[in-house]
Design a protein around this ligand. Structure first.
Ligand code: ADP
Length: 415
């Protein structure tokens, strides 16, 4: 089946076409046929479209909304110009898989989208006011353009974490707040943590029950996940993606009293504080320079910028703390897996995170670490380290395509 994988943000649309099916999944022979990105939807949009193995096509043109953007993308996919193999008409797109950010307690697994599912995703808007409405726009647009006959599947960022026990997901707040409003930890990046845990099993030959690892998704958004017996038992993001690790522009864990304090001292509204915590904090806030780890490392190296160094140090220290916490919580782990733009590409950040942890059995092999960049997959722990260290590039789109096939074909999925 040719699966259109869609990831819609408030003003962006990312897509891939992936050919896969149940037998192809078994053989691990899924095939990415095209990918692309539309940014700044609603204004002068920037479009990048690429058929696999061909040079990218770049365009700037006004695309009013997500429907118009998706219409543009689909017209390109089916056009002879695009040279996407095996796709010449709408009938060659067999199903759509959507990344949906928040499924709350309603959706623990990927589901075929019908009216009830749409209402369920709408019900979760309170919990993800920026993300779920954009995901819904993608769902409406795809239904409009491809017709109700083409099945659509929702794959939730929160789904993988639905196995967390109460002891991990409840905040120590008055219990009735959970009962009344479902205030609890949900966690995000679930598709990424689930994918790298699956790849880890492929690489090591471990079975699900013996998968005891800590996965670190370090990108623009960052989260850690404790995986025991193959399932998520804790994760660092919470009710929203704001909690936990230091991220590009999010600060992660803070004392909640800071909010009240700021509202007096800086006369900020709750909306302003929320924007500050989400968009002006983290690496950007600490450094005063950028949210981009690559640029911060360059500033630190070339200009010895004190605050760039401070931002990176605080970023790494926070990851260390979560590793320690999860090792204690799980009674040890077999491996730690790094993924995400930073986790996959920065030997230096990985080294700084692991430095000084040899007492815990965590020791890097510097040569192996330096080799693992630019999408390479492999092990980088020292031979005598008790806990193995891996870099495994994430591939959320592949998992979304596979879940789409499994859901459409009604095939069982254990993890
Ligand atoms: P998103 O969460 O938006 O998908 P990514 O997973 O692509 O983001 O991660 C983006 C982050 O990865 C940025 O901070 C970027 O600087 C960082 N990054 C990418 N390549 C490197 C590199 N070679 N060294 C250090 N950081 C890198």
């Amino acid at each position: 089946m040719n699966i259109l994988v869609l990831n819609c943000g408030s003003s962006s649309l990312k897509f891939q076409i992936i050919e896969t099916d149940l037998d192809i999944i078994e053989k691990n022979e899924d095939h990415q046929k095209a990918k692309g990105l539309v940014e700044r939807i609603g204004g002068q949009s920037l479009v990048s479209l690429q058929s696999t193995g061909k040079p990218p096509v770049k365009q700037a043109l006004p695309l009013r909304d997500h429907r118009v953007a998706l219409d543009h993308v689909i017209r390109w996919i089916i056009s002879a110009d695009s040279q996407v193999p095996g796709i010449r008409s709408l009938a060659d797109i067999h199903a759509v898989g959507h990344r949906v950010v928040h499924g709350a307690e309603k959706f623990t697994k990927s589901v075929v989208i019908d009216e009830t599912v749409i209402r369920g995703i709408e019900d979760c808007i309170d919990l993800a006011p920026l993300h779920n409405p954009a995901n819904l726009k993608g769902i409406y647009a795809a239904r409009d353009l491809l017709g109700a006959g083409v099945p659509q599947v929702a794959v939730f960022d929160t789904g993988f974490h639905s196995t967390m026990p109460e002891t991990s997901y409840l905040y120590a707040l008055p219990y009735q707040l959970y009962r009344r409003h479902k205030i609890r930890r949900y966690g995000f990046h679930g598709t990424s943590h689930r994918y790298v845990a699956y790849r880890y099993r492929q690489l090591t030959g471990k079975d699900l029950e013996n998968t005891n690892i800590i996965t670190l998704h370090l990108g623009n958004g960052c989260s850690a996940c404790a995986i025991k017996g193959g399932v998520s038992v804790d994760t660092s993001m919470g009710l929203t993606p704001l909690e936990g690790l230091v991220m590009g522009t999010r600060g992660g864990d803070i004392d909640p009293s800071i909010i009240e304090f700021l509202s007096h001292k800086e006369a900020m509204s709750l909306n302003e504080i929320d924007a500050m915590l989400n968009k002006q904090s983290g690496l950007l806030g600490l450094s005063g320079l950028t949210n981009d780890m690559r640029d911060l490392l360059a500033e630190e190296h070339e200009h010895q910028d004190r605050r760039a160094k401070l931002a990176i140090d605080i970023f790494c220290l926070r990851v260390k703390k979560y590793i320690g916490a999860y090792l204690a919580e799980m009674g040890g782990a077999d491996s730690i897996v790094f993924t995400g733009g930073i986790g996959e590409n920065s030997p230096q950040v990985r080294q700084r995170i692991c430095a000084g942890l040899s007492n815990l059995g965590i020791e890097i092999d510097e040569q192996a670490n330096d080799q693992l960049v630019g999408g390479k997959e492999g092990e980088m722990g020292a031979a005598d380290g008790k806990i193995k260290l891996y870099v495994i590039p994430t591939n959320e789109e592949l998992l979304i395509a596979r879940d789409t096939v499994r859901s459409v074909r009604n095939a069982p999925r254990r993890w």
